[in-house]
Design a protein around this ligand. Sequence first.
Ligand code: CA
Length: 249
Amino acid sequence: MKIPLYYSKQQRIVFLMKKPTLLIIEDEEPIRQGLIDLFVFHGYDVDWAEDGKTGLEKALRGQFDMILLDIMLPEMDGYQVCEEIRRTDREQPIIMLTARSNEEDIISGLSLGADDYVAKPFSIQQLLLRVDAVLRRSRRLEQKQAHLNLPGNITVDTLNLTISLPSNKKEIPLTKREVEFLAYLCKESHRPVPREELLVKVWGYHPDAKIETRTVDIHVVKLRRKIEQNPKQPKILVTIRGEGYTLSS
Ligand code: CA
């Protein structure tokens, strides 16, 4: 089994103890078979489904460390599958496979709770890096603060993954990554944080991974829709041109 070299000794031991389990939901036979072969080769325990309905049943029945979910699927599309999984399991790591490069489609996938997306045609290296990063993050059982206080009397409940806004009586659900993103900006509140740093610290990518920084921007757009009164003129999660993102003070 191949273990990335940048893993610490502890991480490598954890990896050797348990094979990560993966569910691939993809209707196109050549792509599905390619993915199965790739992840079996890299030491994953792989199950698969050819349509959304079967995929959802397997996802709800089994325990998977990761689900790779195509969007255009027979029976039930990837968005619906993702939404249904999230209804019962907020922490299930899910990566969407999208043939579309349309930003709106990617955002709607992420809004339904996917942890990340990979656009087809994808490079094998990119896909492995992303799966690996999401897995590592979900395994990182860090002791976290129970609450974060953001500017504008906004409170984030980091255990229940919700955010409370003074303008809205309801608690809004956040994804794990959104909570980690906000937690990191809080910790570094004295300065704007560059996208490249966020990809390493929040997304868990290796500094040499060369992941496109648009990934960060897309998550910011989605997060602003949840927390800003006017997402087009953000007052809380602000962009400092040429420097990065910060929380307004
Ligand atoms: Ca498809």
